[in-house]
Write a protein that binds this ligand. Structure first.
Ligand code: ARG
Length: 266
């Protein structure tokens, strides 16, 4: 058990006591089948995310937009509330801490479903497939972790990419960055020789930054899920229902095409 567990528990207890005291009437909304979905803020579906992670979530003209934003909007619509997004470090999202502290109802952050995370939060059904990839300045000549021996490889803190790089990069010096923007700027400026992150965000970046390229993909077989507090089955069921419906009625494809115009959907 991590030391964090001890820290989280009192928060949960306090929140639970609060819920018991208030009866939580103002924060309940009806799920589509009449079941009660409890929300941290009345009339809102509050989403924790970590910016920027384009095209899943990024700020454009003072608005937060992206694939995940559109997907969660469908859930909010189903619950007859509006989505409100909180930008917060990825660490608190992936450890379940933010959800437990009632900072948000859902976590939508291009977040990979992993067994460790599943111990700390619950995931919706998978909604997107991803794999790790390597980005460099164009022509740098690094196309594998082996080629980066003795070199600097940028990773994003707390991500599956960091884990992959540390596990598989022998004699590669990993350099940790707090968010994707800092990581990619470090590649561009030569502060690191290459960086590892999810393929979707890296392909989007190289499309907009032709002086960079994706030189390798590592078949990690990841799947993104929307996170909810452990045991929040009412909300998780709503999310799953919406994902399933959207995938069969064309709404998912429309969102996919909007954010991945160049990629054929497989
Ligand atoms: N898919 C990776 C993971 O779950 C990276 C996610 C980073 N997301 C973000 N919004 N910063 O570890």
């Amino acid at each position: 058990m991590s030391p964090r567990t001890a820290f989280v528990l009192p928060v949960v207890t306090t929140a639970a006591a609060l819920v018991a005291m208030t009866g939580c009437t103002s924060t309940e909304t009806s799920g589509s089948d009449g079941s009660k979905v409890e929300l941290v803020k009345s009339g809102k579906l509050t989403t924790c995310t970590h910016l920027p992670y384009e095209p899943f979530q990024s700020r454009q003209d003072n608005k937060i937009v992206g694939f995940d934003v559109d997907l969660v909007d469908l859930v909010a619509k189903e619950l007859k509330v509006t989505q409100e997004i909180v930008d917060t470090p990825f660490e608190g999202i992936q450890t379940g801490e933010d959800l437990n502290a009632r900072k948000c109802d859902v976590a939508a952050a291009g977040m990979t479903i992993t067994p460790v995370r599943e111990e700390n939060l619950d995931f919706s059904d998978p909604y997107f497939e991803a794999t790790q990839a390597l980005v460099t300045k164009k022509g740098a000549g690094y196309d594998s972790l082996a080629s980066l021996k003795g070199k600097k490889l940028g990773v994003q803190q707390g991500t599956t990419g960091e884990e992959y790089a540390k596990k598989n990069g022998k004699d590669v010096e990993t350099v940790q960055f707090e968010d994707l923007a800092l990581l990619l700027t470090a590649v561009k400026t030569g502060q690191v020789d290459a960086a590892v992150n999810d393929n979707g965000v890296l392909f989007e970046y190289v499309r907009k930054n032709p002086d960079t390229e994706v030189t390798a993909e590592f078949e990690t077989g990841e799947k993104y899920g929307v996170g909810v507090r452990t045991g929040n089955d009412a909300l998780r069921a709503e999310i799953n229902k919406v994902i399933k419906a959207a995938q069969s009625d064309g709404r998912y494809d429309a969102i996919y095409k909007k954010w991945f115009p160049a990629a054929p959907k497989n």
